[in-house]
Design a protein around this ligand. Structure first.
Ligand code: SF4
Length: 355
């Protein structure tokens, strides 16, 4: 494996130790690695995928007792929400957070909810929360009749919400919300942005009451990094290429691309691209590099190099330390949530599955 050859001696040693410990622990140990993890970490996975799929994989894995989640905090929390009673979720670096999720703390969102529903009746506003959010925020949404959605099913979740209530309140990614709303024919004038740093979200009562969609002002810097200039440059450099981007990118970038969709969509685009073609991808660079090495019969290149430093915090050494600590994982690495938060977050997740 190309990337493994670039490991230092000590990293190679850690990798070998992890392989040996995995063998010893058998099915009771499950290592989950998100698509955006470094290749040397991904190479040690039992499952690789997106956050929701990984949480389900771990819950359903026969005999799994210790779940080591190589991803950011909200992902490890999702695994904790969905886990079976006898399972423990371990996060190798508790400081590996997600700035997008951090834009919407549950107490701030609760305050916004109170203010919005002071203007529009509670029964007329549907909260929708993106998977990339804390468990506490998912719980707040579950408590108020709303649902979780992923980047694969945001449009379906919007349609469901609009059938049930007049206004959709979407958190925390403004671009994903805007791209989805526009794709469903909602006009820009019907979309309001709630800026949590401003009094009343920076909106007047009239703006709140006339909006069809209210978007929380949050973004993923890994995806707002891409610009239409990058796309123009790629098209000049690779004539005839296909450009696909993630819907957390700004609307003008999504418009200028040939297609946009979730990580699963991007992986499928790479799989399906004809041999000899060029696919330019606007998402986290570790995924793009992995796809490029998996599909050597086609050219897969990054739209521009954009790395998630929070994902990058999980190193092979931290993974090895977490695995080596079993069966007594460090307390600060064990993910723990109150039963109340877990119960309400599950309601919001279950609603998504029923949509
Ligand atoms: S890529 Fe963006 S959304 Fe994903 S963990 Fe990094 S900052 Fe958060």
């Amino acid at each position: 494996m190309n990337m493994m050859q670039r490991l230092s001696d000590v990293e190679t040693q850690y990798s070998e130790e992890i392989v040996a410990m995995k063998k010893k622990r058998g099915s009771e140990l499950v290592i989950l690695t998100h698509h955006y993890q470094r290749q040397e970490v991904v190479s040690l996975n039992d499952f690789v995928g997106d956050s929701l799929q990984l949480a389900k994989n771990a819950r359903d894995a026969e005999g799994a007792k210790y779940i080591v989640f190589c991803g950011v905090r909200f992902m490890a929390e999702a695994a904790e929400v969905l886990r079976r009673k006898n399972q423990v979720v371990i996060h190798p670096d508790p400081m590996s957070g997600c700035p997008l999720a951090d834009y919407a703390p549950a107490d701030g969102a609760e305050m916004a909810w109170e203010e919005i529903t002071d203007v529009v009746d509670k029964d007329d506003v549907m909260p929708l929360v993106y998977m990339n959010s804390s468990a506490a925020l998912k719980a707040m949404v579950g408590r108020n009749g709303g649902s979780v959605c992923t980047s694969s099913n945001t449009a379906r979740a919007f349609q469901w919400a609009m059938k049930k209530r007049r206004v959709v309140f979407f958190l925390p990614d403004e671009n994903l919300g805007r791209n989805t709303a526009l794709s469903l024919g909602i006009s820009p004038e019907q979309i309001a942005v709630w800026d949590p740093t401003e009094d009343h979200g920076g909106l007047t009562r009239d703006q709140i009451s006339s909006a069809k969609v209210i978007l929380w002002k949050g973004y993923c810097h890994v995806h707002t990094h891409f610009s239409t200039k990058d796309i123009q440059r790629a098209r000049e450099k690779f004539p005839g290429c296909r450009v696909v981007v993630h819907p957390e990118c700004p609307p003008d970038v999504v418009d200028a691309s040939d297609g946009s969709g979730s990580t699963a969509y991007i992986v499928k685009q790479a799989e399906q691209a004809p041999a000899g073609s060029t696919l330019v991808v606007g998402t986290e660079v570790n995924l793009v590099s992995r796809l490029a090495s998996e599909y050597e019969d086609k050219k897969i290149v990054a739209l521009s190099r954009s790395l998630c430093p929070n994902m990058f915090r999980i190193s092979i050494r931290k993974l090895r330390d977490s695995v080596a600590s079993l069966p007594n994982p460090d307390k600060d690495k064990v993910v723990s949530l109150s039963d109340e938060v877990k119960g309400e977050a599950v309601i919001a997740l279950d609603r998504m599955l029923s949509i």
